[in-house]
Design a protein. Sequence first.
Length: 112
Amino acid sequence: MQSVREAQQADALQALDDAMGTQSVVSTIGETWRLAHEGRGKLLLVEKNYHVPAILTEDGRFELVDQPGGTEVMDDAVDEIIEVVLARRGNIAIVDDEALSIHQRIALVLRY
Protein backbone atom coordinates (compact mmCIF):
# COMPACT_ATOMS: atom_id res chain seq x y z
CA MET A 1 0.00 0.00 0.00
CA GLN A 2 1.31 3.41 -0.99
CA SER A 3 1.77 6.04 1.72
CA VAL A 4 0.30 9.51 1.36
CA ARG A 5 3.79 10.96 0.85
CA GLU A 6 4.60 8.43 -1.87
CA ALA A 7 1.30 9.18 -3.60
CA GLN A 8 1.92 12.94 -3.43
CA GLN A 9 5.41 12.47 -4.85
CA ALA A 10 4.07 10.30 -7.67
CA ASP A 11 1.43 12.93 -8.49
CA ALA A 12 4.02 15.72 -8.51
CA LEU A 13 6.38 13.74 -10.74
CA GLN A 14 3.50 12.99 -13.12
CA ALA A 15 2.63 16.71 -13.25
CA LEU A 16 6.29 17.41 -14.07
CA ASP A 17 6.27 14.79 -16.82
CA ASP A 18 3.07 16.29 -18.28
CA ALA A 19 4.59 19.80 -18.18
CA MET A 20 7.70 18.56 -19.96
CA GLY A 21 5.45 17.43 -22.81
CA THR A 22 4.17 20.99 -23.22
CA GLN A 23 7.57 22.60 -22.57
CA SER A 24 6.24 24.48 -19.56
CA VAL A 25 8.99 23.57 -17.11
CA VAL A 26 12.43 24.89 -16.18
CA SER A 27 15.01 22.92 -14.30
CA THR A 28 18.08 24.89 -13.37
CA ILE A 29 18.26 26.78 -10.13
CA GLY A 30 18.98 30.07 -11.90
CA GLU A 31 15.97 29.83 -14.21
CA THR A 32 13.83 28.55 -11.35
CA TRP A 33 14.87 31.57 -9.27
CA ARG A 34 14.08 34.03 -12.05
CA LEU A 35 10.69 32.59 -13.05
CA ALA A 36 9.58 32.04 -9.45
CA HIS A 37 10.20 35.75 -8.79
CA GLU A 38 8.14 36.60 -11.89
CA GLY A 39 5.23 34.70 -10.30
CA ARG A 40 5.18 32.01 -12.98
CA GLY A 41 5.66 29.03 -10.66
CA LYS A 42 2.70 26.67 -10.44
CA LEU A 43 4.52 23.72 -8.83
CA LEU A 44 8.05 23.60 -7.49
CA LEU A 45 9.63 20.18 -7.13
CA VAL A 46 12.85 19.93 -5.15
CA GLU A 47 14.88 17.05 -3.77
CA LYS A 48 14.68 16.95 0.03
CA ASN A 49 18.40 17.31 0.67
CA TYR A 50 19.13 19.94 -1.96
CA HIS A 51 20.56 23.11 -0.45
CA VAL A 52 22.80 25.62 -2.17
CA PRO A 53 24.29 28.97 -1.12
CA ALA A 54 24.07 31.83 -3.61
CA ILE A 55 24.33 35.58 -4.02
CA LEU A 56 22.59 38.21 -6.08
CA THR A 57 25.09 40.36 -7.91
CA GLU A 58 24.83 44.13 -8.13
CA ASP A 59 23.26 43.83 -11.57
CA GLY A 60 20.64 41.37 -10.25
CA ARG A 61 22.15 38.13 -11.54
CA PHE A 62 21.89 34.95 -9.49
CA GLU A 63 25.21 33.22 -8.78
CA LEU A 64 26.07 30.09 -6.83
CA VAL A 65 28.86 30.29 -4.27
CA ASP A 66 30.99 27.61 -2.64
CA GLN A 67 30.24 28.30 1.01
CA PRO A 68 27.33 29.73 3.02
CA GLY A 69 27.97 32.64 5.37
CA GLY A 70 28.58 36.34 5.15
CA THR A 71 26.16 39.19 4.79
CA GLU A 72 25.76 38.94 1.01
CA VAL A 73 25.25 35.18 0.80
CA MET A 74 21.90 33.41 0.95
CA ASP A 75 22.74 30.31 2.99
CA ASP A 76 20.07 28.31 1.14
CA ALA A 77 18.76 29.67 -2.15
CA VAL A 78 16.43 26.67 -2.44
CA ASP A 79 14.61 27.75 0.73
CA GLU A 80 14.32 31.27 -0.67
CA ILE A 81 12.77 29.90 -3.89
CA ILE A 82 10.30 27.81 -1.87
CA GLU A 83 9.20 30.92 0.04
CA VAL A 84 8.75 32.92 -3.18
CA VAL A 85 6.68 30.20 -4.86
CA LEU A 86 4.46 29.86 -1.79
CA ALA A 87 4.03 33.65 -1.49
CA ARG A 88 2.82 33.72 -5.10
CA ARG A 89 0.32 30.91 -4.48
CA GLY A 90 2.29 28.10 -6.04
CA ASN A 91 2.61 24.58 -4.66
CA ILE A 92 5.67 22.76 -3.39
CA ALA A 93 6.59 19.08 -3.66
CA ILE A 94 9.60 17.78 -1.77
CA VAL A 95 10.72 14.58 -3.49
CA ASP A 96 13.26 11.89 -2.75
CA ASP A 97 16.89 12.52 -3.56
CA GLU A 98 17.81 11.41 -7.10
CA ALA A 99 14.17 11.76 -8.26
CA LEU A 100 15.11 14.92 -10.18
CA SER A 101 18.59 14.00 -11.33
CA ILE A 102 17.87 14.93 -14.97
CA HIS A 103 16.57 18.30 -13.76
CA GLN A 104 19.60 19.24 -11.65
CA ARG A 105 17.68 18.49 -8.43
CA ILE A 106 15.04 21.22 -8.87
CA ALA A 107 12.22 21.87 -11.34
CA LEU A 108 9.50 24.47 -11.70
CA VAL A 109 6.27 23.75 -13.55
CA LEU A 110 5.12 27.03 -15.06
CA ARG A 111 1.67 28.60 -15.07
CA TYR A 112 2.20 30.04 -18.53
